[in-house]
Design a protein around this ligand. Structure first.
Ligand code: MN
Length: 333
């Protein structure tokens, strides 16, 4: 697997035009986001979905996994479905770095026989679409969707703006990440002008979580370890049970671990029912944890990545922690 070349990045303008042509010639597009969806996945899905209604297309909006209750404040999410009953003549994937992230959608009747537009911003994107609208410098897929809407000359309304600003705010954790640029702030300003409320989105998108998530943190933090600038913790099935936490993943714990002043890299190892361990990785600017995630078939961004390991958390730690120590042992680039 290789990172996208410069020519692929230069091809972005051409990809915008090709995507616009495919959208204009479609009658029944199907939009899909990734499994275990986050704010950017759902915000981009329903933002683009509702905007395309202005072109007379009301696409089918599919999330392969059920919507986490915390994302239901995003306008339009009541129309998101998990299965496609109707036929479609175009697929647009949002925030997915590879086909596996589309979950069961790749087995829908007709998938693979219609064109696919891949809209994403992950460094590890595999360019699996007929058109690849992938900007690895964008903070979020929502930012790429905004460029597509500009290219299509679709007007922004309050709902669409709220969806897209949710994607930017959640993927940048409130404009905190190192990839935030003046262009990001300009995009956010435009979305606010169109009616999106930044305080509302920040409150619902970042500063609110189920109480059971805090109880899960309490359990998992008892396992916190820090050695040679790597902080890590485990979320076991029994912790999840004791906390009564029904969501997937680590409930955002890995970002909290990176706030330890002695850590440059953080990892959370989440035990799953299927025998796998899900690993969330975070790094301070200058390091690249996506390369470690890729070695185990995962992906993401240099500073935020994830992968799955076939085995228990302890087994995953034996293999992955040495690679993380290797990363922090080298000077940041
Ligand atoms: Mn994203």
């Amino acid at each position: 697997m290789t990172y996208p070349s410069t020519s692929q990045m230069v091809a972005l303008e051409q990809a915008l035009e090709e995507a616009a042509q495919l959208i204009h010639s479609a009658s029944h597009p199907l939009l899909v986001c990734h499994i275990s969806p986050d704010g950017d996945a759902i915000g981009s899905l329903v933002g683009l979905g509702q905007a395309l209604c202005y072109l007379g297309q009301c696409p089918l909006m599919v999330s392969p996994d059920p919507l986490p209750p915390g994302l239901r404040y995003i306008p339009g999410t009541e129309e998101v479905v998990q299965r496609a009953d109707a036929a479609f003549d175009l697929v647009i994937s949002l925030d997915c770095s590879d086909l596996e992230r589309l979950g069961q959608v790749t087995s829908f009747a007709g998938f693979g026989r219609v064109p696919l537009i891949n809209v994403d911003h992950h460094l590890t994107n595999l360019y699996f679409g007929n058109v690849n609208l992938v900007d690895i410098h964008a903070t979020s897929t929502a930012e790429v969707v905004l460029r597509l809407l500009d290219h299509l000359a679709v007007p922004l309304d309050e709902k669409v703006a709220t969806c897209l600003l949710t994607g930017i705010v959640t993927d940048t954790r409130g404009f905190r990440t190192s990839n935030v640029t003046i262009q990001t702030m300009e995009a956010a300003t435009r979305l606010m002008r169109a009616g999106a409320s930044l305080p509302y989105i920040t409150r619902h998108g970042l500063d609110s979580r189920p109480t059971s998530a805090l109880l899960l943190w309490k359990e998992a933090l008892a396992s916190l370890q820090l050695k040679e600038r790597v902080a890590w913790a485990t979320v076991s099935l029994s912790m999840r049970h004791r906390a009564g936490y029904e969501g997937n993943g680590d409930a955002g714990l890995v970002d909290f671990l990176l706030s330890a002043s002695d850590a440059d890299v953080a990892a959370v190892f989440v035990e799953r029912k299927d025998g796998y361990t899900e690993i969330g990785l975070r790094a301070m600017p200058g390091y690249d944890v996506a390369r470690v995630a890729q070695r185990f078939g995962g992906g993401g961004h240099a500073l935020a990545a994830g992968c799955k390991f076939p085995g228990l958390p302890e087994e995953a730690q034996t293999q992955i922690l040495p690679l993380l120590w290797e990363i922090v042992g080298t000077a940041p680039s």
